[in-house]
Design a protein around this ligand. Sequence first.
Ligand code: DGL
Length: 239
Amino acid sequence: MDNRPICFFDSGIGGATILREVVKLLPNEGYIYYADSINNPYGEKSKEELFSIVNKVVSKLLEYDPKAIVCACNTATAMVLNDIRKKYPDIVFIGTEPAVKVVYDYYSDKKTIVLTTKGTGESEKFLDLFHKYETDNCKLVPAPELANLIENNKDASFYLSTLLKDYIGTEVVVLGCTHFPLVKDEIRNVLGDVLFVDGSVGIANRVNSLIKKNNGKGYIKVISTSANVEDRILNIISK
Ligand code: DGL
């Protein structure tokens, strides 16, 4: 038994879509969720800037003596998590990557788009993964403004209708940013009844396989760098 918490971080509310699946699988754990909303969007930062931001977040989370830290952000995973791992070799980090392998394994015959932030879409780590599992049916579509619209609770309908107008007929959408599952309805309004793929269940399984369990009473504590996101985060997790 290990009653230390599992820590999560993201550039705001998006990582709660990962925490939601982890809590379903591991309800007796303590969770600390760090919403770095003030620095959203991570996807528009340089690698150096993002390393310094994530380094500060990780230093803060280490104060909680976590048994693992989940980087609930595709962008931070793609751009800086390898360097962060080198800096903290004793800490168990779990990253988040767009689920392109799932498409390769199960939906390679379907017309697919992979939606990412700018930072993820341009990162070497993600592009290596994308090209490894690339099929003729699978297109990469960066959505640079989407995470920030979602974080600021703005309507993303117009943005998505412009971004996705050339992709009508798509059958599968990979949600390559943890904020994007929060606009599934708006994506369906443009593309119709597509199948969504994200990495949240895979990450929950990974956390489950890596940690020593707690069998106490589960809890979730939210820390945020800007006001008014705690209710939104707890609301996402409760769905
Ligand atoms: N939720 C994030 C991700 O998965 C970050 C988006 C951003 O801040 O640009 O990539």
